[in-house]
Design a binder for this molecule. Structure first.
Ligand code: DX5
Ligand code: ZN
Length: 233
């Protein structure tokens, strides 16, 4: 089942509660929150106080994508603020297993993120302990960038590893997910679709979430139809 996770990075920050409510009406089922520290990525966004305010504004899970150095130092604060899912970058965690344990210990769902230039097979050992793997399909730091096509191979490879190892983590994709790319992303095997500018960029989050999700569902249904026809032929 594909899900749409609107990324508030491209929302109007003066009206976050209303923007999130609109994206939810359009079919968003979790809110993607981009946390940037100006070190790991060349941009700054927000921290635990804003997550605490978002927590009061929506019942949807808050999917916090930490693009920060030393994430261990902030896990407790994000738990306290009400984060539900917390993902950390492979590239920012020298002791990734320990960091994921810390997230679990605080009662949140852990995810691991890989940058475009990072191979997915490098995280095989920790896959049994994650709720989701986030494949970056742009270099992290900014919304509105162009989708990197080789990300599709990485999604396919992860889906294959998941099948072979009989695991149940979800595959999330983040960056450049829009009308022209969403079908390929879903057909490659991703089910958690993060979208920032495609949902909020035109100022019509309800309408644009709805049409993007409809396109994603259509691609997912045609994928299921192809699989069924293969089984019966
Ligand atoms: C980029 C962020 C994304 C961003 C995606 O570093 O992680 O979540 O919001 O924006 P779009 O969907 O515009 O590419
Ligand atoms: Zn993100």
């Amino acid at each position: 089942m594909v899900e749409l996770l609107p990324s508030i990075l491209s929302a109007d920050f003066a009206h976050l509660a209303a923007q999130i409510a609109a994206a939810e009406r359009g079919g968003g089922t979790a809110i993607h929150v981009d946390i940037m520290d100006g070190h790991f990525v060349p941009n700054l966004t927000l921290g635990p106080p804003v997550v605490a305010s978002l927590r009061k504004a929506t019942r949807l899970p808050l999917d916090c994508h930490l693009m920060i150095d030393n994430p261990n130092e902030y896990i407790a604060a994000f738990a306290e603020a009400g984060a539900d899912w917390v993902s950390v970058h492979y590239e920012a965690c020298p002791h990734l297993h320990r960091t994921l344990q810390l997230i679990l210990h605080h009662g949140m769902k852990p995810g691991v993120v890989v940058n475009p230039a990072t191979r997915v097979d490098i995280i095989v050992e920790i896959l049994p302990m994650v709720h989701h793997v986030l494949v970056m399909s742009v270099n992290p730091g900014f919304g509105g960038q162009e989708f990197i096509p080789f990300s599709l191979d990485k999604i396919r490879q992860l889906a294959r590893i998941r099948r072979e190892l009989k695991l149940s983590f979800k595959i999330e994709v983040d960056g450049g997910v829009a009308h022209d790319t969403v079908a390929a992303v879903v057909q490659a095997g991703a089910e958690l679709l993060v979208a920032g500018s495609a949902v909020f960029g035109a100022g019509q989050p309800e309408r644009d979430a709805r049409t993007l999700l409809a396109a994603a569902r259509k691609a997912a249904n045609s994928k299921t139809a192809v699989r069924k026809s293969k089984i019966h032929s």
